[in-house]
Design a protein around this ligand. Structure first.
Ligand SMILES: *Cc1c(COP(=O)(O)O)cnc(C)c1O
Length: 352
């Protein structure tokens, strides 16, 4: 028995990574920051909680002003969402009349939103080494979306290649999901004034310690942002609650702390890559806050299960092209040392 509209009855929802008791597990499965938000952020949220009787600011001024300044853009080029997932959902809902194309190995929500909004989606395979070849999108119509660096591969595409594509296709909207850009190369935000067909999506979840607060953003030309707001004001104008606004505002005043933690994560990532390579893992050159690795002696599922038994949670995607891999979030140095120890034990058992 169901009252659900028929068109939604076959919908396949997103499968989030497990959220577990932190005491019992080393949690390396959802690419959160392993570090708590700075104390100033925690205090700002507590202060904001005193005014929860009032609706939140629909202009989200407390975040929009400093964020636009940080990004070097005008406020009318900035859209704020309840996590970047919400920003992405508006793209799929409202900017896909001529269809949308994205890679076969990428963020799972692109497929989910295509189903939810019944968008004509073209899935374009990545190369054998998981790199993204944009010329494969040349002969398609409509919107293009990809993550840069990509997830779960961590592979980064240069700004130059993306600009070439933008110039070849001025009539097609190109959405670059930069959830992990702070751990890698240059953001496309720096060229936003040059391309009316560019929309860049970012988040406070990965590099700014605010996954639980749900704060994401999009950067584009002012007309595109006005169109996004037309959708937002037709669904949920109060999409960013006042405690999240306070957290976002405060974290932008803690840029030194954020930068320091980003640098730490990059160092731990490179250390972890070297240690895994010594153990015989094959990996992409991930530029995110995660590793993407497989081992010739163990399947992805076996590795996932063996680590879970040792109370370490990684992410295993049971998909044709990625089922031998694990995506492992870069935790603290200590957590990654424990990961390496656990992997050594697991491999010794296999080799015995
Ligand atoms: C984590 C992630 C998101 C979603 O982030 P939120 O802002 O927490 O919704 C979007 N895109 C990619 C590629 C991600 O990895």
């Amino acid at each position: 028995m169901t009252f659900l509209n028929e068109k939604f009855q076959e919908l396949t929802p997103y499968t989030p990574g497990e959220q577990v008791n932190e005491e019992a597990f080393i949690k390396l499965n959802t690419n959160e920051s392993p570090y708590p938000p700075a104390q100033g952020v925690q205090e700002a949220v507590a202060e904001a909680s005193k005014k929860l009787n009032r609706y939140s600011d629909i202009a989200v001024e407390a975040v929009a002003k400093p964020l636009a300044e940080y990004l070097g853009i005008q406020q009318n080029q900035l859209f704020l969402g309840n996590g970047s997932d919400e920003v992405l959902s508006y793209i799929f809902q409202g900017f896909t009349e001529k269809g949308i194309a994205f890679p076969d190995v990428t963020y799972g929500f692109y497929q989910v939103y295509s189903g939810l909004y019944q968008v004509d989606a073209t899935v374009v395979p990545l190369e054998d080494d998981f790199s993204l070849e944009l010329s494969k999108y040349d002969d398609l119509d409509g919107t293009v979306i990809f993550a840069n660096p990509n997830a779960p591969t961590g592979i980064y595409l240069t700004q130059e290649k993306i600009c070439d594509f933008l110039e070849r296709h001025p009539d097609r909207l190109v959405v670059v999901d930069e959830a992990y850009i702070d751990f890698s190369g240059e953001s496309m935000v720096s060229v936003i004034d040059q391309y009316k067909n560019l929309f860049v999506v970012g988040t406070f979840s990965k590099s700014r310690q605010l996954a639980g607060a749900r704060l994401g953003f999009g950067v584009g030309n002012a007309d595109l942002i006005a169109d996004m707001n037309r959708l937002r004001f037709s669904l949920n104008p109060y999409n960013i609650n006042s405690m999240t606004q306070a957290a976002g505002s405060a974290v932008l005043q803690e840029q030194d702390y954020v930068d320091q933690k980003v640098q730490e994560t990059i160092q731990v990532r490179e250390w972890s890559k070297r240690e895994l390579a010594k153990l015989g893992f094959e990996q992409t050159d991930s530029q995110g806050n995660f590793l993407f690795a497989k081992h010739p002696k163990l399947s992805g599922e076996e590795l996932f299960t063996a680590l879970r038994e040792k109370k370490i949670l990684a992410r295993w995607f049971n998909q044709p092209r990625t089922k031998e891999h694990l995506r492992i979030t870069v935790g603290t140095q200590e957590q990654m040392e424990r990961l390496v120890e656990a992997l050594k034990m697991i491999l010794e058992e296999v080799e015995a």
